[in-house]
Design a protein around this ligand. Structure first.
Ligand SMILES: Nc1nc2c(ncn2[C@@H]2O[C@H](COP(=O)(O)OP(=O)(O)OP(=O)(O)O)[C@@H](O)[C@H]2O)c(=O)[nH]1
Ligand SMILES: [Mg+2]
Length: 562
């Protein structure tokens, strides 16, 4: 029989309270501390720790989510009002019912300063406001509130499904079945259904009897002008730049018309008004691909997080075990804070999506070449050989460095053959790039089939995306996959833990190999033809001591500036 008792505390405690199990202090003392629950701070129990060699519990872990599924509900329109003017000495005044307000729209906007989708994963349902019903005395209903979903720059939006109740035939289908059961002839069924469909859009004066209601002949529904049109589906947006204006996703229903609209010579007192339109709902998926300038790629425990701490003010977790980092971290290197950092003069192109400053009014980039004052570095969980087969934490996190301008491969000089480690990493990255390209092609093909079969049934009389270049579904032909998507990026190696014994010979071999790659004597470590081999270099550092890290900043800036 399976053991019913939980795992022994000796097994769990090091994971729950790593500070108690640090290298210092006897085991008995540590366990006593845990058992008695003595309230000593962890720093007292550990050796004096530094910022670059922190105690395992000295870190900050911001909330992070890189995927979210949302259900969007645009606001339905408010109903038109059936009302008549009533005043003293005017018992039978003219109709004065107001129109219903339009329903609110749902928009999406990419903004700077956010790095996670966690706020949205908690919301799940996004509802725009309902338009208010019209009222007597010709008072129109208020428009429903719009909702703007703000997402970080780098978010990809994919529409999964949509439902448009105005075109939904489920109700009429069920009525058709009911009528067929009563054995009516087919022609009368269709006529009745058409009548019923028409009546669905109207509201009748509540005071009238059912026999009177049947006698009412409603006119043809008037055609309405719309301010907003529903973008055709399936929507796919790559929000790789901050969007100056929100992008429309789901349009609210238009409000109904009040009874004064239906006055005619023959019909002085219309006892009906139109209902507000029902609104569209859709399911979308958000996927965040962080946009950092430099992406750190390395095996677990290579020292990536320590390096991030050495280069930036990040307080990411560091620990002497594999998979300390479980989610991506972004750090910012400030180039001109005049506090000991090398003051570098660097320029970036203003159309770089990672750093573009947009004019708040026009939404256009401010100027062509802008002085770079900072750049960002992304640290992701470690990759292991076979990560593309979902070993370790898989390669899911590679999408966060996929769009980085420069890749930095962090190799531990104390963990065996550095060249072998670099080749293994490039192999995984290459396989990931292939996988992504195939996925992208499959999606493109699917989107093309959908477009030609008229899946987008809604009217689109213009371009409703302010940044038209972002509609991926409309890109006609993708070039054949080459694997160059990632391999063409500039890259360099950070050979870390240079303070360990045997680091030097290992580093020499690595440098000789990279020189050969630059000369063209050796192929690119990923094996991809035409990959970037312009100036492959390895920078030796001891991140734990903060030695050699300034060179990384200079080198990174050089590669970013191109
Ligand atoms: N001697 C030495 N140790 C280092 C150096 N850099 C990092 N370490 C140690 O290596 C261990 C792993 O460091 P991390 O920065 O957590 O490694 P990581 O690559 O982020 O690991 P994962 O998040 O698991 O992928 C820690 O115990 C660090 O103190 C270094 O330059 N020299
Ligand atoms: Mg780490």
């Amino acid at each position: 029989m399976a053991c019913r008792c939980g795992p022994s505390p000796r097994v769990i405690l090091p994971f729950l309270y790593p500070a108690l199990f640090s290298a210092n202090g006897s085991h008995a003392a540590r366990v006593r501390l845990a058992v008695t629950g003595a309230r000593r701070s962890s720093s007292e129990a550990t050796s004096p720790s530094s910022r670059l060699n922190p105690a395992p519990d000295d870190f900050s872990q911001p909330y992070f989510a890189d995927k979210a599924k949302l259900e969007l509900y645009a606001g339905p329109g408010g109903n038109g009002c059936i009302s008549f003017r009533r005043e003293a000495y005017m018992e039978d005044g003219p109709p004065n019912g107001g129109d219903g307000g339009h329903g609110g729209n749902v928009y999406i906007q990419a903004v700077r300063g956010e790095n996670s989708l966690h706020k949205l994963t908690r919301r799940r349902f996004i509802r725009a406001g309902r338009g208010k019903n019209g009222q007597g005395s010709n008072r129109g209903g208020m428009r429903g509130d719009d909702v703007v979903i703000t997402v970080p720059v780098g978010t990809v939006v994919t529409e999964l499904s949509r439902a448009n109740p105005e075109q939904d035939s489920a109700f009429l289908d069920s009525r058709r079945v009911q009528m067929q059961e009563t054995n009516s002839p087919d022609e009368t069924i269709e006529e009745d259904l058409a009548d019923e469909r028409k009546r669905q859009k109207w509201i009748l004066y509540p005071g009238i009897s059912s026999s009177e209601a049947k006698k009412i002949v409603v006119p043809e529904l008037p055609t309405r002008d719309r301010l907003y049109y529903q973008p055709r589906g399936p929507i796919r947006l790559d929000l790789s730049k901050p969007t100056p204006r929100p992008i429309l996703l789901a349009v609210g229903g238009i409000g109904g018309l009040g009874n004064p609209h239906f006055v005619s010579k023959e019909r002085r007192k219309p006892m009906f008004a139109t209902k507000g339109e029902q609104a569209i709902s859709m399911q979308i998926e958000l996927e965040l691909k962080l946009l950092a300038d430099i992406g750190l790629v390395g095996l677990p425990n290579a020292g990536k997080s320590t390096l991030l701490r050495a280069l930036t003010n990040s307080r990411t977790r560091v620990g002497n075990w594999a998979f300390t980092t479980l989610q991506p971290n972004i750090g910012t290197v400030v180039l001109d804070n005049n506090k000991g950092r090398p003051i570098l003069t660097s320029f970036r192109r203003s159309d770089d999506p990672r750093t573009t400053d947009l004019d708040s009014l026009t939404g256009e980039p401010t100027s062509d070449l802008v002085r770079r004052t900072r750049f960002t570095i992304a640290d992701i969980p470690g990759l292991i050989e076979g990560a593309h087969l979902d070993k370790g934490l898989g390669i899911e996190f590679l999408r966060h460095v996929e769009r980085a301008g420069v890749l930095a491969f962090v190799i531990d000089l104390g963990a065996g053959d550095a060249v072998k480690a670099l080749k293994a990493l490039w192999n995984e990255v290459g396989l990931y790039a292939q996988m992504r390209e195939e996925e992208e092609r499959a999606r493109e093909a699917e989107a093309r089939v959908d477009w030609s079969s008229g899946a987008g049934t809604d009217v689109v009389p213009g371009d409703y995306f302010p940044l038209s270049g972002q509609i991926l579904s409309e890109v006609p032909d993708e070039p054949e996959p080459t694997g160059l998507e990632i391999a063409a990026k500039p890259w360099f190696v950070v050979a870390t833990k240079g303070d360990l014994p045997n680091a030097q010979p290992n580093f020499k071999e690595l440098r000789a190999y990279l020189d050969a790659v630059t000369r063209g004597d050796e192929p690119h470590p990923s094996g991809v033809e035409g990959a970037w081999t312009k100036d492959c270099t390895a920078i030796p550092v001891s991140a734990i001591n903060g030695q050699g890290v300034d060179r990384i900043i200079h080198w990174s800036v050089g590669l970013l500036d191109g």
